[in-house]
Design a protein around this ligand. Structure first.
Ligand code: C5P
Length: 298
């Protein structure tokens, strides 16, 4: 199905890719979840959700990665719909049947929050269609129950995430030219966390961007990158290929395998993406940009 096919839906909501520009693992909770300190932004590229009122609930899929998802059965879009409807029922609010369409443009299990972004976009789109919201606090708790990255995706703007991801501080960050590359090898998030050498690393220390944001971000790190590279050697190949371009920063996002590279111009990002797509036709390669500080305001 073509992208234009979403035009017939009553609500169309973007589900932008989440980019961990940096991620420190600073501790561990008693339940095994890890405490993070992460600089997060979103791409001007991602999945899309289309919603329309319907006689009964329906879920349809399109997009490059729709088949991988359909094969997996359970998905976060359906879970988000069901939990929001149950919460609305508790508040005596109507939540009638709905046709949800997911245009799946992001690779699955790839460290850029595809499933979390879809869940968050489903919540936003259903709130628009049903014209009501859960009270503040309850809304965020429902999001967190769907996954540690869902609250940040619900915020959908540059931020610092702490706790297991639910403690969010908005941040002003400019739009940055970026290339995303994934070798199309899925990486298991729990496996990467398990393989961490140290679960107590220092938090991120950001300089006040004296020489610009690219230098400030370049000085940071992703603590999940070494264990993910051990589990999935293709990540090193992706990172080396990006480092051989004009990139100013090259790093893995989340638990991988997607790596991002930042450039001083969109032209440089597009040239790098064209070159990589030609050399590695099997990889997922896209030139995009990060959203600016105010783009993603809810
Ligand atoms: O919350 P979510 O389902 O996205 O997390 C998937 C898995 O990743 C968790 O079961 C856990 O093993 C790991 N995780 C973690 N610490 C986090 C987030 C995720 O250990 N902050």
């Amino acid at each position: 199905m073509l992208a234009e096919s979403l035009s017939g839906f009553a609500v169309v909501e973007p589900a932008p890719a989440k980019i961990n520009l940096a991620l420190a693992v600073v501790g561990r909770r008693e339940d095994g979840y890890h405490l993070l300190d992460s600089l997060v932004t979103f791409a001007a590229f991602g999945d899309r959700i289309g919603l329309s009122p319907a006689a009964e609930d329906r879920f349809t899929l399109s997009g490059r990665f729709s088949e991988t998802l359909a094969a997996e059965g359970d998905n976060l879009v359906i879970r988000a719909r069901d939990r929001l409807r149950a919460a609305f029922a508790r508040h005596g609010k109507a939540a009638p049947p709905v046709h949800i369409h997911l245009e799946k443009n992001l690779p699955i299990a790839s460290g850029i929050g595809g499933g979390s972004a879809d869940a968050a976009a489903t919540l936003r789109a259903l709130e628009a269609l049903w014209q009501t919201r859960l009270p503040h606090g309850e809304r965020e708790a429902l999001a967190l129950g769907l996954g540690a990255d869902v609250p940040m995706c619900l915020a959908g703007r540059p931020l610092i995430a702490r706790g297991i991801g639910e403690d969010i501080t908005p941040l002003a960050l400019p739009a940055l030219a970026m290339v995303l590359v994934n070798p199309l090898v899925g990486v298991s998030t729990p496996a990467v966390f398990k393989a961490l050498a140290s679960r107590h690393n220092p938090p991120l220390v950001m300089n006040d961007a004296p020489a610009g944001w690219l230098d400030a971000i370049g000085g940071l790190r992703n603590d999940l990158e070494p264990p993910a590279r051990d589990l999935c050697p293709e990540i090193s190949l992706v990172a080396e290929s990006l480092a051989a371009t004009d990139a100013r920063v090259v790093r893995m996002s989340g638990s991988g395998a997607t790596c991002f590279a930042l450039y001083t111009s969109e032209a440089a990002a597009e040239a790098a993406a064209a070159m990589l797509a030609q050399r590695h036709p099997r990889w997922f390669v896209t030139a995009t940009r990060t959203i600016g500080g105010s783009d993603g305001e809810a």
